[in-house]
Design a protein around this ligand. Structure first.
Ligand code: ADP
Ligand code: MG
Length: 602
């Protein structure tokens, strides 16, 4: 039997060493504490030096307010802070620090030196070894503070073992340094690794400029500005263009009141805003700053303060998502097809691309007027088209399909002569898959399947579920797994809304008595099989699968009239640049791009 042991208060060094486990996990977390202390002290200039990934030395010097000589030792005492005095203060924290445990924790696991002056030429320094003060005395220095941490974790071998290669720790320190620099544009920052300057940010630079040193330049140049305010909440920053999305998930940088955080709510709101604009396996890049009243957010969740808790998580999610969506909808967009033109100059197509300039062109281009009494997708298209039913549906533009203002001039009574350079011309179809356009903006290739998918998706979404159905004489049978039968029952109502008349029979199997008018029976079967395999649930997901099944395919030959009708319908969509799965619909090469490709210009 174990004998009773005496309960003792731990000596302060040991308390600090234990606390250090949470506050200073690795060099980068320690660096974060030191930089934040400097910013809390009002520094406008900050120098950071690291050696051997921070293990042998991390030094941070600032020109902040400094620490009075008689408070130096206090600064190293646990729970001693100048930033908080009542519990009420905790609800309205404006500084980075407030717990008063970083310096004592760091000093307990290193050889530590703190030098500080509240006025130029004066000052004092304090040296600490593994938590015990070993020297104190005057130190002439300019106003500010310098903290030097050497031989980190030398007295905690267990911690030392967990440190990664110096190169990895250096990289983590660099990332942390940049993250903080991005949020403090009015501060001059320098990071040295040994004798080499790794980053130098000048005070007063703008965000894109600072981002240039960490992200590819093209990506920063193509990014969209986000800026949205809702009462006391605001979000601003830069979000990458969907075309520059990539496979790395670590480029969504979010901040709450200037504090870099790992916040799931904000990150998922960003991803949600990109949904349908990028592929599922891609990640967007974003730098977003959320400002909100301090009492709306709890930053005291963990000693490292990288997690926060919002009073109203839903409001934060919605604001961030709206801000990002709006940013993506503006700027960096392809100019409208009929920009400044009154006519498509089909006849001007390149000779190698056989494009007819048939007189019926205008008739075919005009969407068939939707009869108010006709079901949305009733088969009322011009018979002269021989292509797939899906192509024909292009002409069945529903009434509520919003006509974009830019397509209007095409029908103006007297357009007058238009300068050739400004018109956008359809040049033809390439590889039976891509539609080629030339215009003042450049050369555009449109993926016909993706564009049509987008058109159909929009039709489905804006018409809601009308349930127009095509009855089948003989029911189609789809065998299922019992778990799929369960899923079908859960979304029975949605499927009915889309136009399916279903019956669940023993087996289990699904009997199709009617299918959506938009789909042929075999496509309807494919749709259900795909939807079953994915267990799509939301209406949006179901529409996306349906649009994909019903859309014309790569390889379908389109007549110029069909192609133009498709382009025109697609052109009028508010959200046209990506198919519902997030693939790009069109690619544009500007004259500038071509000049670069042909090396006419560097
Ligand atoms: P906290 O930041 O949570 O208050 P720290 O242990 O990080 O706790 O720092 C303790 C105190 O030391 C701070 O409250 C501040 O008064 C002082 N201090 C630390 N670093 C600096 C600095 N770079 N400039 C001026 N004062 C500092
Ligand atoms: Mg601090």
């Amino acid at each position: 039997m174990a004998s009773a042991r005496q309960i003792r208060l731990l000596p302060p060094e040991l308390q600090n060493q234990i606390a250090a486990g949470e506050v200073v996990e690795r060099p980068a977390s320690l660096l974060k504490e030191l930089i934040e202390n400097a910013l809390d002290a009002g520094a406008t200039r900050l120098r950071v030096l690291i050696r051997d990934g921070g293990q042998s030395c991390i030094r941070v010097s600032d020109n902040g307010c400094g620490i009075p000589e008689n408070e130096l030792e206090l600064a190293l005492t646990r729970h001693a802070t100048s930033k908080l005095s009542t519990i009420q203060d905790l609800g309205a924290i404006r500084s980075f620090g407030f717990r008063g445990e970083a310096l004592p924790s760091i000093a307990s696991v290193s050889r530590f030196r703190l030098a500080s002056a509240t006025r130029d030429g004066e000052g004092a320094a304090l040296e600490v070894l593994h938590g015990r003060v070993v020297a104190i005395g005057p130190a002439a220095m300019p106003r500010g503070t310098e903290v030097e941490v050497q031989d980190l974790f030398a007295n905690v071998p267990a911690r030392l073992k967990f440190l990664k290669q110096p190169a990895t720790e250096t990289r983590k320190c660099g990332e942390l340094f940049v993250r903080i620099a991005l949020a403090n544009l009015d501060v001059d920052f320098e990071l040295l690794n040994g004798d080499r300057t790794v980053h130098r940010f000048l005070a007063g630079e703008d965000l894109p400029r600072r981002l240039y040193s960490v992200w590819p330049r093209e990506l920063v140049d193509a990014a969209h500005h986000a800026d949205m305010t809702d009462g006391p909440f605001s979000v601003r920053g830069l979000v990458g263009d969907p075309s520059t999305a990539q496979a790395r998930g670590d480029r969504i940088l979010v901040y709450v009141n200037g504090r870099p955080v790992q916040d799931r709510t904000m990150i998922s709101a960003v991803r949600e805003a990109y949904r349908g604009r990028i592929l599922g396996k891609e990640y967007p890049q974003a730098v977003l700053f959320l400002q909100l009243p301090p009492d709306e957010v709890d930053v005291n969740v963990h000693p490292a303060k990288t997690e926060v808790r919002f009073q109203d998580e839903g409001a934060v999610f919605r604001l961030v998502r709206r801000a990002v969506s709006k940013a993506l909808e503006t700027g960096n967009d392809m100019p409208p097809l009929a920009e400044n033109t009154a006519q498509f100059s089909v006849a001007r197509a390149l000779p190698v691309l056989p494009v007819s300039a048939s007189p019926e062109r205008d008739v075919a281009l005009t969407p068939a007027p939707a009869r108010p009494d006709s079901p949305l997708y009733e088969q009322a298209w011009p018979r002269k088209f021989s292509s797939s039913a899906a192509v024909q549906q292009l002409f069945e533009t529903p009434e509520e399909f919003p006509a974009a203002p830019e397509t209007a001039p095409r029908r103006s009574p007297d357009p007058g002569p238009q300068p050739e350079a400004q018109s956008t011309r359809y040049l033809g179809q390439f590889a039976d898959t891509y539609l080629i356009l030339a215009g003042s903006a450049g050369i555009t290739l449109i993926d016909q399947h993706a564009a049509h998918e987008r058109v159909l998706f929009h039709m489905l979404r804006s018409s809601g579920s009308r349930g127009d159905r095509r009855p089948l004489l003989m029911p189609l049978e789809i065998p299922m797994h019992p778990s799929q039968a369960q899923w079908v029952q859960e979304i029975w109502h949605q499927l009915d809304g889309l136009g399916f008349s279903l019956e669940l029979a023993a087996g289990p199997k699904l009997l199709l008595h009617a299918v959506p008018a938009l789909l042929t029976p075999s496509k309807a079967r494919e749709f259900l099989e795909d939807a079953l395999a994915d267990k799509a649930r939301s209406m949006e997901d179901l529409w996306a699968v349906m649009a994909c099944k019903a859309a014309i395919k790569a390889g379908d030959v389109l007549t110029p009239d069909e192609a133009l009708a498709l382009i025109e319908s697609w052109q009028s969509l508010p959200d046209r640049n990506f198919c519902p799965h997030g693939r790009p619909v069109s690619l544009l090469w500007t004259v500038g791009d071509l000049e670069k490709l042909f090396k006419r210009r560097s």
